[in-house]
Design a protein around this ligand. Structure first.
Ligand code: PEP
Ligand code: MG
Length: 758
């Protein structure tokens, strides 16, 4: 139970062995050659903590620590790590570890064999949870004393400041997160690299292999331009071999640590992999893909003539990536990291990795900010960055929305940018294709976003093309595109930028201040667009995003905030906040900004609409009479029951396809692991969209879209055919969307004319 060999583990053992340990077990059991090893399980860690009697002490330190006070957090982390490192390990556990290590040494025929020791966190209730960026690795550990010492260090790493902060931020209970430790024979690679088991661009059954001399670090870190091979998996035919000039390699020095050295002159341009080795690798790729049932991204190594697999994970970016890598390869460096293109444009700069909020100061003007996921308190630093890269998230996450509005190129959901990209190295990122390249490219740098000037959009369309706005400072730029109004003003970001939780204003008796904060910010947007309409969306406050605000500490810790206390359901539970919002819009109407309408988010029943309208009337602001009142359709229930809502009375509807897609398909929009399953064009989502548009058209209710799908021209084309009355896009997409709308409208007219002639 406390120590398990890889052979005894499978992919279902994440709760015991962590993700990495379970994966190595699975590969071993499938007969795929991985360097042998064992896992000191999460239960061993639990046993150690219990026997040492330090749980209560650790938890009480954590309870007393304000994680937003960086110094206090650091001090708490140091204190806890010291306690762990100094506490005795139960004798039987020490005995097991020694036994398994000695057995490993015997198996590989080496005394005190070198092992790599890696930590792998796992949560009790959520074994699949991601603890990105928190995996410590210690290489070249040898001898049982050192092995035990480093296992203890891995345990202590569970309480690194950033790990504590991450758990608090993501509502993981500290006492329910455990750590498993992987102990694995080091592979002393003569040659190593990566292999995609299919062409990631086309999905074609071609293995794409990159290889270079020495340890795999050179290829994975992008320090070298590796040889490139392609093998057709259907017949093992080698279809392409590109040999490059491999200047550096990593190797082990005398004491076993890896060092970067120059490749001897005669080997620099020598081909790394023979035909036989390529076929061996391809065959292994087939086995791995067949075993997992999906295309895989792998790391491999040859030690003498022994092939090992070091890492295997599903390819997350099928489609587009390779094509981009190809066209980039002429004037850009190697692709270091792939993710989702979240905000278009090219940016080049120096990598600054931000894992703690107290590291924000290191972002200087023009740097590339690399982080797990952005939070509201990072916005000032985001403004200084020329580009943003995140490990987590989808194209509608915080980082995506804010960087689009700031006009900063952004790549999200890379999975591993914070561990793969190297601090202070130069990179170039392509925010459209979702790629980060090695080196600073001057040639491809272009002004980010700022698409669509007034001159660029002289096209007149009947279907209105509006803009989405979240931050007041982005309103001028959005208005300058010639957009026909604001189809979505996201209030959350106004509140997040203010830094204070709306509930705190109310609790402190400062309602007027809350009203003014909202009114002042909305006025900036209403001014920029006046007299064009601006649809103010009432607060859709997910608990996990509002927790960091001053006064946000009472936010409930929800397992799944996306399905939790947010949108109108939350507002009806907290009517004081909603009433302040209505009062703020009323105040602006009284000042002459009658161009502002109100819409409610995330409604699941017409009753909610009724109640929201009643509260609006209560503040002396009559829906439909004094102010246009509408709703978002973001839940399948609302799309299905749209007739009932129309009966209650609405002036307009806006399709929130970001949420509608996630709720229809059961795919978390912010989870990069399932991003490939997220598609607004899924027939079920499109059916709900079409139904909503047609029902609204029949009833004479205006229908718009403000989800990300409204920024995708080929989807917009369909929406125009369905009869949508307006489309609200991101600023960067407005010019393209307007052209698409114009073309779609012309096509409808032309088709009708042709029909008449038939
Ligand atoms: C949506 O869900 O499509 C939407 C526009 O709202 P948000 O992205 O703010 O959830
Ligand atoms: Mg939404």
């Amino acid at each position: 139970m406390y120590v398990k060999k890889f052979e005894e583990l499978s992919k279902d053992d994440i709760g015991i062995a962590g993700g990495k340990g379970a994966n190595l077990g699975e590969l071993t059991q499938a007969g795929i050659p991985v360097p042998p090893g064992f896992v000191v399980t999460a239960q061993a860690y639990e046993y150690f903590m219990d026997e040492a009697g330090i749980n209560d002490k650790v938890m009480s330190i954590l309870e007393e620590t304000d994680i937003n006070d960086t110094k206090a957090l650091q001090a708490a982390a140091e204190e806890i790590k010291k306690i762990i490192v100094e506490s005795p390990i139960p004798d039987d556990l020490v005995m097991y570890i020694r036994e398994y290590y000695n057995e490993l040494c015997q198996r590989v025929g080496e005394e005190d064999t070198d092992v790599a020791i890696r930590s792998s966190a796992t949560a009790e209730d959520l074994p699949e949870a991601s603890f990105a960026g928190q995996q410590d690795t210690f290489l070249h550990v040898s001898g049982d004393e050192e092995v035990i010492e480093f296992i203890r260090k891995c345990w202590a790493s569970l309480f690194e400041a950033r790990a504590i902060f991450y758990r608090e931020e993501n509502n993981f209970e500290h006492s329910k997160v455990y750590i498993a430790v992987v102990v694995q024979k080091m592979a002393f690679a003569d040659k190593a690299g990566v292999m995609f088991t299919v062409n990631p661009s086309t999905g074609e059954e071609i293995a794409l292999i990159e290889g270079s001399w020495g340890l795999g670090e050179a290829v994975v870190s992008g320090d070298v331009t590796p040889d490139n091979y392609q093998v057709d998996k259907r017949n093992n035919e080698i279809v392409n071999v590109t040999i490059s000039d491999k200047k550096v390699m990593y190797t082990n020095d005398e004491d076993g640590t890896s060092v970067k050295i120059e490749v001897p002159e005669d080997k620099r341009k020598e081909r790394v992999l023979s035909d036989d080795e390529l076929i061996q690798l391809t065959e292994m790729g087939k086995t791995v893909q067949a075993h997992y049932g999906e295309p895989m991204d792998t790391e491999w190594a040859f030690e003498k003539d022994m092939l090992f697999l070091l890492q295997a994970r599903p390819i997350t970016t099928l489609g587009g990536a390779e094509e981009a890598a190809d066209d980039a390869s002429s004037d850009l460096g190697d692709v270091l990291v792939r993710g989702l293109g979240a905000s278009p444009g090219m940016a080049a700069g120096t990598v600054k990795i931000v894992l703690d909020i107290d590291e924000l100061d290191k972002i200087k003007d023009g740097d590339i900010m690399v982080t797990t996921m952005t939070t509201p308190d990072m916005v000032p630093a985001m403004r200084r960055a020329s580009g943003i890269v995140t490990d987590e998230g989808g194209v509608t996450c915080h980082a995506s929305i804010i960087s689009r509005e700031l006009g900063i190129p952004c790549v999200v959901g890379t999975g591993d940018a914070t561990t793969t990209l190297v601090e202070n190295s130069g990179v170039t990122l392509d925010g459209k294709k979702g790629l980060v390249f090695e080196g600073i490219s001057q040639t491809k740098e272009e002004a980010p976003v700022a698409a669509g000037s007034v001159e660029a959009a002289p096209i007149i369309t009947v279907t209105e093309v509006k803009a989405n706005v979240s931050m007041p400072e982005a309103a001028e730029k959005a208005a300058a595109t010639g957009a026909d109004g604001v189809g979505l003003l996201r209030t959350e970001h106004l509140m997040l930028t203010s830094g204070i939780h709306p509930g705190k204003f109310i609790a402190d008796g400062n309602e007027d201040e809350l009203i003014d904060t909202i009114a002042d910010n909305v006025q900036i947007v209403a001014d920029a667009f006046y007299p064009r309409p601006v649809w103010y969306r009432t607060l859709d406050a997910p608990t996990d995003e509002f927790i960091t605000l001053e006064g946000g500490e009472n936010e409930p810790r929800e397992h799944n905030p996306m399905l939790g206390w947010r949108g109108i359901r939350r507002e009806l539970d907290q009517p004081e906040i909603l009433k302040c919002e209505f009062k703020a819009i009323k105040k602006l109407h009284e000042k002459g900004y009658t161009n502002i309408g109100i819409m409610i988010p995330l409604s699941q029943s017409p009753e909610e609409l009724k109640q929201a309208k009643a509260l609006c009337s209560e503040v002396g602001f009559e829906p439909h009479k004094d102010v246009e009142f509408g709703m978002m359709v973001e839940i399948p229930a609302a799309a299905i029951m749209i007739d009932e809502y129309i009966k209650v009375g609405i002036d307009f509807v806006s399709l929130g396809t970001n949420d509608l897609t996630q709720y229809t398909l059961a795919v978390d929009r912010n989870n990069e692991f399932v991003a490939k399953h997220y598609s607004e064009e899924h027939p079920a989502v499109m059916k709900l969209i079409e139904r909503t548009i047609r029902k609204c058209a029949e009833a004479g209710v205006k229908c718009s879209i403000c989800g990300q799908a409204g920024s995708v021209p080929h989807i917009v084309e369909k929406l125009v055919e369905f009869g949508i009355t307006s489309v609200s896009s991101n600023t960067d997409a407005i010019a393209d969307v307007r052209k698409t709308v114009a073309r779609a409208e012309q096509k409808i007219i032309l088709d009708a004319a042709r029909k008449r002639l038939e």
